[in-house]
Design a protein around this ligand. Structure first.
Ligand code: KE4
Length: 432
């Protein structure tokens, strides 16, 4: 078993902790949940990342989703290099923003208008504000275990880094006043949604949902669940928001809404839309989006929104995906081999484990239960996941450094690398 050197990562981590909370600029990177030294990454290329101690890893994070074409895709990189010469940011309108907006509306038919922002958090926060402005209502429904970024009213019973190491799903600093309008339902439990509508008649502005949950680990929607949400929103004139920050342009070119054939009223994007640069977006029906300033009364703004360099990266990546449908065939095929292979190996090793996956995203839960919601996801044994993660990392496989995250396969991954990963997993699972 190869032993990673982690000296330099360890030194950097101690230094970083002096100046940055927890030594990281996002909690998921701290490796707290897996009780290991966070690897400080020096460079990335294709399906590999390289840390500051010279270790090389097959990368199943891809910056948490953006790198669908692989790290440092030359087409995206060239597009960025080309525009940088003309200036990094103008704070003024540019043609590239029209190109991006038209492209998003073309690829996602439910989008009649779209506003660029700089992160998934900004996208969901703004979409929610717009839905409230449009309906004149305050309350909204989210689902336990879903994560929609870190805006106050969405940090209620949220997933991802909030629950990574067994933490509470609610953040300190979110006031009663803010959280009181956040209603939480149970993923895949339509009765829990219906009950909230009965208890809050005509008061619910929106439902926001990850159409495939990926922040309590990957939890696909039950058949008809999304359709039921569509119907109850129609009846109650509630805005249905699909948070496709992870699933957008990933599950299909048109996102989970294309894959499941259910159209939301609004959609939020992040990650892939930026090609690795900071980009988020929200949009949907014209009559809703015309509420947004400066043409409407819902205010939202951003110094770097629609930044020309970020637009070049995002437009290039989305255009490549539009022109190369083979990307999806490839990543979905590798996803089936990897995730079904992991499930088989766990069974052979008599390890109590569930693997949930759709296409190129998936996650592995050390539990004997079907994982269909937050409660069942939480039965997963976090300590065993940590052991498994650390062992795989020592073998050069970089999985999600937390139980309640997804893994991502890119177009740069090869069948050989998947087989190498499964070989490593066979040994690790047998040693658990
Ligand atoms: P950002 O603000 O991190 O760009 O996007 C927030 C967000 C919104 N919606 C969904 C469905 C998301 O998954 C995210 C962010 N995902 C996390 C990983 N679970 C990003 C990684 C991190 O927080 O460092």
């Amino acid at each position: 078993m190869s032993m990673n050197k982690t000296e330099r990562s360890a030194v950097f981590f101690e230094e970083a902790k002096k100046y940055i909370p927890g030594g990281v600029n996002s909690p998921c990177r701290a490796f707290l949940a897996v009780k290991d030294t966070p690897r400080f990454i020096e460079k990335a290329n294709g399906s590999y990342i390289y840390d500051v101690d010279g270790n090389k890893y097959i990368d199943y994070i891809g910056s948490w989703g953006p790198m669908i074409l692989g790290n440092n895709n030359p087409v995206v990189l060239d597009a960025v290099k080309e525009v940088i010469e003309n200036g990094l940011s103008f704070g003024a309108a540019t043609e590239k923003e029209i190109t991006m907006a038209k492209l998003v509306c073309e690829l996602v038919p439910s989008m009649e208008m779209v506003r660029m922002v700089n992160s998934g958090t900004e996208a969901t926060m703004s979409a929610l504000r717009t839905a409230r402005g449009y309906t004149g209502r305050n309350k909204f429904i989210k689902f336990e275990g879903c994560y929609h970024g870190h805006s106050d009213s969405l940090l209620v019973k949220a997933g991802s880094g909030l629950i990574a190491n067994g933490g509470a799903p609610d953040s300190a600093g979110v006031t009663e006043g803010c959280a009181k309008d956040t209603l939480t339902a149970i993923y895949n439990d339509f009765d829990s949604v219906q009950k909230l509508f009965e208890e809050n008649k005509d008061e619910i502005a929106a439902i926001i949902i990850e159409p495939i949950a990926a922040n309590m680990g990957v939890v696909p929607p039950n058949p008809n669940f999304l359709k039921q949400l569509r119907e109850i929103c129609d009846v109650n004139k509630t805005v249905l928001i699909f948070d496709e920050v992870i699933t957008g342009f990933r599950i299909a070119l048109g996102g989970a809404q294309e894959f499941y054939g259910v159209q939301p009223d609004m959609t939020t994007f992040g990650k892939i839309i930026g090609g690795g640069m900071p980009v988020g977006a929200y949009g949907g029906k014209r009559e809703i989006m015309e509420m947004v300033a400066p043409c409407g009364s819902v205010y939202q703004a951003g110094t770097l929104s629609g930044n020309p360099v970020a637009m070049a990266a995002g437009i290039t990546q989305l255009t490549y995906l539009k022109e190369h449908p083979e990307v999806y065939t490839h990543i979905n095929k590798l996803g089936t081999i990897l995730y079904e292979g992991l499930a088989e190996l766990a069974t052979d090793a008599k390890v109590s484990c569930r693997v949930n996956h759709i296409g190129s995203i998936g996650s592995l839960f050390f539990t004997g239960k079907e994982v269909t919601d937050y409660t069942s996801a939480k039965t997963a044994d976090i300590a065993t996941y940590g052991t498994y993660f650390r062992e795989m990392l020592l073998k050069g496989i970089y999985f999600a450094p937390a139980q309640f995250e997804a893994m991502f396969i890119s177009y740069a991954h090869t069948e050989e690398q998947i087989k190498e990963t499964l070989k490593a997993a066979e040994v690790c699972l047998a040693n658990l």
